[in-house]
Ligand binder design. Structure first.
Ligand code: ATP
Ligand code: LTN
Length: 331
């Protein structure tokens, strides 16, 4: 039987946070034995917000090292840089003609980022979901493991795929988001009603995967919580709920188990336990990433082999699309 395919990506646009880990990368690792997995470094998406060129290049390699350090095995899955496979831009152009401006204007991320970068509301920022649809559809992905914030983009991908299939016959597999409950939406430590994001200006709001042990523990100690002293999940206690979620995701238990473990304990003890648990998971990842970054040739080789595999898979879909829409491709 044909194996199901999985596709996802992260942008090399800043220091990755524990949200990127629990919402995305951690879940990718779990699937690599059972699926045909393609995981990209989305540098073409990253430039929708202005990037420093040298930093973008450095972050691209750091992210490749991080993927492997988190447990992705380049022998089992295809790891590559999005811009190394021209089919992404090519399919995005075609899909643009099957996507309406109004749909893009309604996207939550576009509205958020337009507010944040009011001086640079470029076409790429608006077109971001179409490029993402091209990513996913090129590899005929069945599942897309992402955090909650990306669900809307997977839904528009489904709409675009169905629209095309209805006009031209079965061409794209229609993907589903794959979102695990624990860790799918980690909130800011300073404002637990806001998503933790790698582009937050307040360094205490997010925990970076690169933060050292003392920094991690200090940030959790300072996390905003309410004034009573009960450790339980509740809409009235978004700070504590978020910490319980983080603890469960990093400990590998359910939130209910975490609640039970800390019942009757004080906030100080709880926050320290969350910090230590997260730091324990991050330490070996950081060490492995550092080691890999010292082996630039190895990383370059992984990305080259990945791009070749991705290129072949992507080309097959693109060629099918070109045939269906009537692009002459020679005899
Ligand atoms: P930016 O703030 O620069 O837009 P980001 O932190 O939101 O970046 P992305 O590169 O957009 O990160 O997201 C990479 C992956 O991590 C996506 O699957 C996204 O859903 C997931 N993710 C991002 N933030 C969180 C979060 N706070 N909780 C859970 N998952 C998250
Ligand atoms: N937009 C995503 C990154 C991304 C992605 C993808 C995720 C680019 N292409 C394809 C899943 C599938 C984000 O996380 N901000």
């Amino acid at each position: 039987m044909e194996r199901k395919a999985m596709y996802s990506a992260v942008q090399p646009s800043g220091n990755l946070t524990i949200g990127n880990y629990t919402g995305a990368i951690r879940n990718w690792v779990r699937m690599q034995n059972d699926f045909d997995c393609f995981y990209a470094i989305a540098n073409m998406h990253a430039i929708t917000v202005r990037q420093d060129p040298a930093e973008l290049r450095r972050r691209t390699l750091e992210l490749a090292a991080l993927y492997i350090a988190c447990g992705l095995d380049p022998e089992k899955c295809t790891l590559y840089v999005q811009s190394h496979v021209p089919a992404h831009a090519e399919l995005a152009w075609v899909l643009n003609t099957f996507t309406y401006v109004g749909e893009m204007e309604r996207m939550t991320q576009f509205k958020d980022k337009s507010q944040k970068h009011a001086d640079n509301i470029n076409m790429g920022l608006m077109d971001y979901p179409v490029l993402m649809a091209a990513d996913i559809l090129l590899y005929q992905a069945d599942l897309v493991p992402v955090g909650v914030d990306q669900k809307q983009h997977v839904e528009i991908t489904r709409d675009i795929a169905n629209r095309f299939n209805n006009l031209y016959g079965e061409t794209f597999r229609v993907p589903e988001p794959y979102i695990l409950k624990e860790g799918a939406k980690i909130m800011s430590l300073q404002d637990p009603l806001k998503k933790m994001s790698k582009s937050d200006e307040n360094p205490n709001a997010s925990v970076a995967l690169a933060d050292d042990r003392d920094t991690v523990i200090r940030k959790f100690k300072r996390a905003v919580t309410d004034s009573d002293n009960e450790i339980c999940v509740s809409d009235e206690k978004p700070g504590i709920t978020n910490l319980l979620n983080i603890y469960a995701a990093f400990r590998g238990c359910t939130v209910a188990e975490a609640e039970k473990e800390f019942a009757g304990k004080g906030y100080g003890e709880f926050k320290l336990a969350v910090g230590e648990t997260v730091a324990d998971v991050l330490a070996p990842v950081q060490q492995k990433q550092k080691q890999l970054l010292a082996e630039k040739d190895y990383l370059a080789g992984v990305l080259k082999a990945g791009a070749e595999r991705a290129f072949k898979a992507a080309r097959k879909t693109l060629s099918k699309v070109y045939r269906k829409i009537g692009f002459y491709q020679g005899e």
